[in-house]
Structures are given as structure tokens and as C-alpha cells.
Design a binder for this molecule. Structure first.
Ligand SMILES: [Zn+2]
Ligand SMILES: [Zn+2]
Length: 503
């Protein structure tokens, strides 16, 4: 947690880390590319340096028949910027192309010069830490197909558009967003497709609409990547599909893999949540729930709607502000990818929870001001989930200093974000230099879209023929705790950025 986010680029090759699997790392070291010197040591460029001084790239080692080479360009000992190269003898694919949001935005450490060599990209799901780098990749030489499920593409379009508008990252062609759909190749769950010599299949991951685990097969050599995964049934989604999993190598997420990461029952969490909501929802007081637009918001809204309908919570309006509304529409028309129960509810009755009369869409500044001024108890569900920006900032500016109101945080807060500052007890946070007082009550309830340690272990136990496990997408301290447990039975690696691993 204390580690500065900006350090990530210098993580590789420093030898500062406990190497859980020394053998795997050692073999990786022999293949490590020459490391560039730290910035301060670099000579200022001399004017007369001859152009040709660029060294030719060292010839890449040939990958043996039937082997796969893995290179992690992000999500190594961190949450964010998932981006893994999987190479067969003649094929290079990228699984996920994410960015990392935090104090500073970070990108995968893949060189632009490699992008044109990539045969295809597979996107596991539509969260920015898995797809936010696509515009950059498409602007800098990649020209192949991008594989994912239909709802993933629809969600990617919305959230990447929003990200480009807010973050305005450099190095992206103006038409990158418009060009993205030309590369889309829709696939269905369980449908095998080929990229040259690699066979690939996407399997439900239970995390958000359209989320998938990725199975990659080169002959008998099988690799499984979990993406972000959940083994719990939610109001919207079935859990990850864990039947018939067969792989000798697993790349697993580890967001909640620490020894303390045992989720208490949802029933208990929700009982506390309801009690707290009831305390606040009177006399015109408001509960603000910042939420990720994709996944978390839908789960929260469905729970709130149920409670209001059944009288567990008082009948107060639930205001929905920001991108969540667009995303709700995408969920609604892709309901075939949601749980059967939900489909039936919509098809067989007029009771469409996506269009619940308890939800009130807030569009634009004027409507937002009305919601803020109106003297009535209300729940406001809005973006952004880590309070880095979005409409939630406006609500905090106006309602954040009143101790009668409440802020309820239900998602992961990356270190360095305003959300994590507030959770840490900050009484003032700043947005674009503007200071906002935090006087309202702050509470957090875990409503995770990820597997906890027990679920991860259960998943791993289901994979037939498993030998190697690469742990990614988690904080390093948790990963080490997880590795200790797993290394009794498997060969475990906490990969290092940019190193190659052959499996
Ligand atoms: Zn995710
Ligand atoms: Zn993720």
C-alpha cells in the first residue's frame, strides 16, 4: 500500500523481491532483455549522435514446439494494466490490454514497436484495467482482430469513450475509437476459435456481463487465464463456469487472495448495510453510493430495488447518475448473458427490474441540482467508483460537509485515489485542485465482484492436470500469502514485469 504507484516501471529485474519459485525466475533471468538504465543515469542526448546508433533488436529465442511463452506487461504484483503476451511458435496474442488508474495513470510496458507483430488480442471483460489500452494499441501499429463477447464490446465502447474524454491520453489517433469496432470479432462462450496455431475458448467468469476466462491450447499444452473471476451467484449473473477445466498452467487473479480475505456472508453484510441505510434515510438526508459503472452499480441497484420493494428499506427515490444509465441499457438488452431467473422475470411478466419505478435517471446539471436541493431522503448511486471524478464529485461538493448524510463505499479503492483517502479518514480531499470537505459519515461494505481466497482455492482445485500457477492482479503482500499456500502443491510464480516464462 505504501509503495508509490509511480514506481511500477522500475519493478522488473531489481532483485528486490522474494522469489517464490527461484527456478522459474532463474530460467526467466537468462532470457531477460537488456534493461534500460534508470532515467537519471541516461546521458542527455548529444546533438550529433548518428542516427543509426539504435541497436538492432536481439534475435528472439525460438520457442520450442508445443511450448508457450508468457510475458507480463502489467498486473505483475499490482492491480491494474492487465496485459499478457502469449506466444506460440508462430503466433503472438495479447490477452487483455488494460491501464492502471491511480495517482498517476500507468500503461502496460510493452514497446510500441512490438504492436504490429501481434496477431490478435483477446479481451476478458470490459473494465478499464483490462481494455483501456486498446485505443493506444490501435493507434500504434496493431492491425489484427480483437476477440471478446458481444456485451463486452458494447461495454468497451462506452467506457473507453468516457475514459478518452476524461483522461485525454497522449499518443492516440483521433479516429482510434471509431476504428475499434472494425477489429471486433464476436465469439460466444465455449466456442473454440483459432489464431494461427493457437486454439482459444472463452468461458463464463461470473465477474461482470460478458466476462470470460480464457483457455488457450497449443497441441496438448493448455493454459487458463482467469481474468477477473467470481464463483458466487449474484442477482444478475451466474458464477464462473468451473466444470471441465483442464490446464497445466494457470494465470490467476488474486485481488482478494490474502489470508484475511475471507468474505463474511452476504446476508450479514447486507443486514449491517440495511441498518445503516435506515439510520440515515430520514429528514431529507442522503446516502451517496459511488460505484463503478459496470458491474458493481447494477448489483447495488438491484439489491436496493429489492429492499425498497419489499419494505426492508423505506420507499425513497434511488437516483442513478452518470454512465451507469447507459450501462444499464446494455445489460438490459444483453439479458441473455445474465441469469436465467432474470431473463424469465423479464420475459414472463411486466416486472422488469431494469426499469424499476424506484430508479430515477439523473441527466445533466439541472436535474442534479434539483436532486441535491430537494428536501427528501434519497439514495444516489453514481460514478466514479474510486471518486476520482464524475458526478459523485458534484454531490460531495454540495452534500459532503453535512454529517447527517452518508457515503457508502462498496468497491475496491486503489491506493492514491480520493476514495482510498476518504476511507483512510481524510477530512478534506481535492478534485482538480479544488478542495472539498468530507464531513459526512463514511462507511464501507464489501460487495465484491471478485473471488475471495476460499473461492480462488476452490477454482484452482477444479483445474485438472494443473502444475504451474502464475499469480497476478493483486497486491504483492496478498500474493505472497497466497503463494505460500499454493506452493505446497504447485510450482508458483509471481511474475516480474517484462520477463519471459516458458511453459
Ligand atoms: Zn474487472
Ligand atoms: Zn481487473
Amino acid at each position: 500500500m505504501e509503495r508509490k504507484l509511480a514506481d511500477a516501471d522500475e519493478w522488473y529485474g531489481t532483485g528486490r523481491y522474494t522469489r517464490i519459485d527461484s527456478k522459474a525466475v532463474r530460467s526467466g533471468e537468462t532470457r531477460r532483455r537488456p534493461q534500460s538504465r534508470p532515467r537519471e543515469e541516461r546521458q542527455p542526448r548529444e546533438e550529433k549522435q548518428p542516427k543509426e546508433e539504435r541497436k538492432p533488436r536481439a534475435p528472439r529465442e525460438v520457442i520450442k514446439d508445443g511450448k508457450l511463452r508468457l510475458t507480463f506487461y502489467g498486473a505483475a504484483r499490482e492491480v491494474g494494466r492487465s496485459c499478457i503476451m502469449v506466444e506460440g511458435k508462430d503466433t503472438k496474442i495479447l490477452i487483455d490490454a488494460g491501464i492502471k488508474l491511480g495517482e498517476v495513470e500507468e500503461h502496460p510496458v510493452i514497446e510500441d514497436s512490438l504492436l504490429s507483430e501481434i496477431d490478435a488480442i483477446v479481451i476478458s471483460h470490459a473494465h478499464l484495467d483490462h481494455c483501456g489500452y486498446l485505443p493506444h494499441i490501435l493507434s500504434n501499429g496493431f492491425n489484427g482482430p480483437i476477440y471478446a463477447l458481444k456485451p463486452t464490446f458494447e461495454l468497451v465502447n462506452v467506457i473507453v469513450n468516457d475514459y478518452l474524454n476524461i483522461s485525454k491520453p497522449k499518443g492516440i489517433r483521433k479516429d482510434a475509437l471509431a476504428k475499434m469496432p472494425k477489429h471486433y470479432k464476436m465469439v460466444e462462450y465455449h466456442e473454440e476459435f483459432k489464431v494461427k496455431d493457437l486454439s482459444i475458448k472463452l468461458v463464463p467468469a461470473g465477474h461482470i456481463l460478458g466476462s470470460a476466462m480464457v483457455e488457450i491450447r497449443e497441441g496438448d499444452n493448455r493454459l487458463l487465464y482467469t481474468g477477473d473471476i467470481s464463483l458466487k451467484t449474484t442477482k444478475l449473473l451466474d458464477p464462473a463456469y468451473t466444470e471441465y477445466l483442464n490446464a497445466s498452467t494457470l494465470i490467476t487473479e488474486s485481488t482478494y487472495s490474502g489470508t484475511d480475505d475471507v468474505f463474511i456472508s452476504e446476508k450479514q453484510v447486507m443486514a449491517d448495510f440495511v441498518k445503516s441505510m435506515k439510520e440515515t434515510l430520514k429528514d431529507g438526508n442522503k446516502v451517496i453510493i459511488p460505484s463503478f459503472a459496470v458491474g458493481k452499480a447494477q448489483t447495488v441497484l438491484f439489491i436496493l430495488d429489492d429492499y425498497v420493494r419489499s419494505g426492508v428499506l423505506p420507499k425513497v427515490p434511488i437516483y442513478v447518475d452518470g454512465m451507469i444509465n447507459k450501462v444499464m441499457r446494455i445489460y438490459r438488452h444483453n439479458v441473455i448473458y445474465c441469469r436465467d431467473e432474470l431473463q424469465k422475470r423479464i420475459l414472463m411478466s411486466d416486472d422488469d427490474p431494469f426499469k424499476s419505478p424506484n430508479f430515477h435517471v439523473v441527466e445533466g446539471k439541472d436535474e442534479r441540482s434539483k436532486v441535491i436541493k430537494k428536501v427528501e431522503p434519497a439514495i444516489i448511486v453514481t460514478t466514479s467508483g474510486m471518486l476520482k471524478g464524475g458526478p459523485v464529485v458534484r454531490y460531495l461538493e454540495k452534500l459532503g460537509d453535512d454529517s447527517a448524510n452518508k457515503l457508502i463505499i462498496m468497491g475496491y479503492q486503489a491506493p492514491g485515489t480520493q476514495g482510498s483517502e476518504i476511507l483512510g479518514g481524510a477530512k478534506e480531499v481535492s478534485f482538480d485542485g479544488k478542495k472539498v470537505k468530507i464531513g459526512l459519515k463514511v462507511e464501507t461494505y464489501r460487495l465484491p465482484g471478485h473471488a475471495d481466497r476460499e473461492q480462488l482455492l476452490r477454482l484452482i482445485g477444479k483445474v485438472q492436470g494443473l502444475k504451474n500457477i502464475f499469480i497476478i492482479h493483486g497486491e504483492e503482500s496478498k500474493q505472497k500469502e497466497f503463494a505460500t499456500e499454493l506452493s505446497r502443491k504447485y510450482k508458483v510464480t509471481l511474475p516480474v514485469l517484462k520477463e519471459h516464462y516458458e511453459v
